[in-house]
Design a protein around this ligand. Structure first.
Ligand code: PAF
Length: 275
């Protein structure tokens, strides 16, 4: 595996050594887990060359969020990339990616400011800006994103479409621990008691899916049940929407998503299921 740190070097390597090859790209912020490994494996399957990036993007953290304490596991991450089949790891510094007086991408006024965007206003401007930069540097054939960050995936797909970009966005399934907890880099913040409490999130989604399999499709009824199971966690949102993120009254099988964000201690955890 080759490790490169500047956009110019990455562009040069791709041009000189991998011209006309299909390129699969996995952008990450490091602290890699099974979820990332599954993105890498999907990319490995579909493409000639696999590029991953590790960059803790400062512009997507709001003031007071966990930028400074975001988990960093440089050596372990490099090993994971190598073992999972990454050919090129892009590991830039902030000064390689950002300059002064920057041009940036603005998240859409509605879809970018609901759900996670409502509690973290401006977060998706940072996400879309860095993803635009990374996609322009790597110029991949396909880029892989987890369904766990459903709103991020939705907005990136929209950006690629609306900016007429030549990359296929590939959504990948959420990877869970054996007990149901969705894999997330932020799970390391949880102590043993909080980790148990966090299971209420996946349990609430399993119960929702159970209700739907019994033909209970009423959104209010399902939402009430989820809220009951999440108690006493601090709920940031529980939403049942269509796949375009529009409100619905009844779950539409094949076109719905149930999204939950809740705080366990001070850690915000996201999860969702696609129905
Ligand atoms: O999902 C993430 O890890 C980040 O939001 C991403 C897509 C790498 C952009 O910094």
């Amino acid at each position: 595996m080759k490790i490169v740190s500047t956009p110019a070097e990455l562009k040069r390597v791709l041009k000189e050594q991998f011209k006309d090859k299909s390129v699969g790209f996995i952008p990450t912020m490091g602290a890699l887990h099974e979820g990332h490994i599954s993105l890498i494996k999907n990319a490995r399957k579909d493409n000639d060359v696999v590029v991953a990036s590790i960059f803790v993007n400062p512009t997507q953290f709001l003031k007071g969020e966990d930028l400074d304490k975001y988990p960093k596991k440089e050596e372990a991450d490099k090993k994971i990339c190598e073992i999972s089949g990454v050919d090129i790891l892009f590991y830039p510094n902030a000064s390689d990616i950002y300059g002064e007086d920057e041009v940036s991408i603005l998240a859409p006024k509605v879809r970018g400011y609901v759900l996670e965007g409502a509690s973290r206003p401006g977060h998706f401007n940072g996400v879309l800006t860095v993803v635009m930069k990374l996609l322009n540097i790597v110029n991949p054939t396909r880029a892989y994103f987890g369904k766990k960050d459903a709103q991020q995936l939705n907005l990136i797909t929209l950006m690629v479409k609306q900016f007429f970009m030549d990359v296929e966005i590939i959504p990948c399934d959420t990877v869970r621990e054996k007990d149901g907890l969705a894999q997330s880099s932020r799970n390391v913040y949880l102590d043993a008691t909080q980790r148990k409490e966090a299971l209420k999130i996946s349990a609430s989604l399993y119960e929702a899916s159970n209700m739907i399999s019994k033909k209970i499709l009423d959104v209010k009824q399902i939402r009430d049940k989820i809220v009951e199971i999440l108690n006493p966690l601090e709920i940031i949102y529980v939403e049942i929407l269509d796949r375009e993120f529009n409100p619905i009254k009844e779950v539409q099988i094949g076109n719905s998503v149930i999204l939950v964000e809740a705080k366990v201690g001070t850690t915000r955890l996201l999860d969702n299921i696609w129905i």
